[in-house]
Ligand binder design. Sequence first.
Ligand SMILES: [Zn+2]
Length: 194
Amino acid sequence: MPGRAADGGEVPFRPATEGIRAGVEGSPGGGGLERPGARGQRQDIVWRNVVLMSLLHLAAVYSLVLIPTLVPWCIWGESLWNSYFLASILRYTISLNVTWLVNSAAHMYGNRPYDKHISPRQNPLVTLGAIGEGFHNYHHTFPFDYSASEFGLNFNPTTWFIDIMCWLGLATDRKRATKPMIEARKARTGDGSA
Ligand SMILES: [Zn+2]
């Protein structure tokens, strides 16, 4: 999580290696000598990250390829090739291409109620396909808004996911554009369509 700086600005995320470097540089001897144990501590953190990344990778392989292949094959006797190519590879290909429509179709087709001078548009079909990412004119007009939409509880599963993560304590500091801010911007630069 980015922290608050004394002057109120955001402190960007600091990778673990920087903390170690700071610890080494702050050691007696002006940074030339490492604190005893610093190397071991650094190796511990590197290994912890390697293990974490491996687990995430395994989880991704299981959920993207293995589970969709095994479920039709084991449970209702689909052939292994059909399961692999249709339930796993075709499903993955479609979901990637629909996700990428956010940066193509949602820049070409749709209305621009928030800012008519930029190319991103509101596109309901992309919203449906990319589970809530098609409110693209809003997203580019208010890029800091975590919900990427004026209507947080409309069909917007990505917002629901972030809300659940907040509820679990894994995300904080959700930012939203205020209603007066949105209305003023619509009046000033919108195309009048909403
Ligand atoms: Zn865009």
